[in-house]
Design a binder for this molecule. Sequence first.
Ligand code: ATR
Length: 324
Amino acid sequence: MRKARLGESGPAVSAIGLGCMGMSALYGPRPEEAQSISVLHRALDLGIDLIDTSASYGDGHNEQLLGKAIHDRRDRVFLCTKFGIRRDNGPMRVDSSPDWARKSCDESLQRLRVDYIDLFYLHRRNPDVPIADTMGAMAELVAAGKVRHLGLSEVNAQTLRQAHAVHPLAALQTEYSLLSREVEAEILPTCRELGIALVAYSPISRALLTGQITTDTAFSDDDLRSGNPRFAGANRAANLALVDRLRALASEIGVTPAQLALAWLLAQGTIPIPGTTKVRHLEDNAATTVSLTTGQLQQIADLIPASAVQGERLAAAAARWVGK
Ligand code: ATR
């Protein structure tokens, strides 16, 4: 597995990580625990050490699962978690207050069964809380040894700059894929300028870019794709037409469409963290070894113009909390 640096002078991690959300929530029925643990163990054996979770995934379930899977192999994992999305058995709210940073960190440490977190992200920002206050509390967690590195998720460039001035950020995690290119305007250049790694979530666009979704694929109510505009009716058909072009090029190059989508993100200097609950998909993603030529990158740009993608990347309820 190739390595990447998390931030200009940050630690080396696997160039491709593993998103664990689907093992607990938002992608339909929860898989068997043993299956998810196999995926986690196989990831580590393949050299994928960047393991990504959040306190909010399954309301703590995902962190508990990881705690169980990794407690006997902690030193092989670069463990990333997040705070800021709260439910407390009610509707979702965003809490980026210093108090919640401290409390949520302690809860995560307990659920994960570890004494430090490698990378602690603010998952979403509540704009009523000054970012300097949130970062101040997060920096104290670093000083206390509970957390090694800090990150933000889905903030705007101004917030990123303000936060980085309080304490150096190792990573910004945000959605980025061939079908979601908004970050290219301002966020990605700002990350490059400041030496902050861009960790790309939904790098295969929630499976659209695998070429395995069709116009007939049905999603259950507890699968976020049932309410995602990119997957709705005519939008889905238009987006699948773009995926067909990617599939043809992938077959020409001799890789799978998922590998081509991930190789493209690697070529942008970002760190993709595809999510999966299946060993065979993990192995497919981990086998992304192709380095795309300038000519191939241009071909991809021509085949999938950002402007041709149909539908917003997030449902309205989720979109409320990004770009703050
Ligand atoms: P997210 O960041 O939200 O997890 P993603 O990584 O773009 O989004 O896509 C995750 C989806 O792609 C999941 O539905 C996952 O399904 P499985 O749990 O069944 O694997 C699917 N997926 C991931 N890698 C895949 C691959 N190589 N081939 C097919 N589907 C894949």
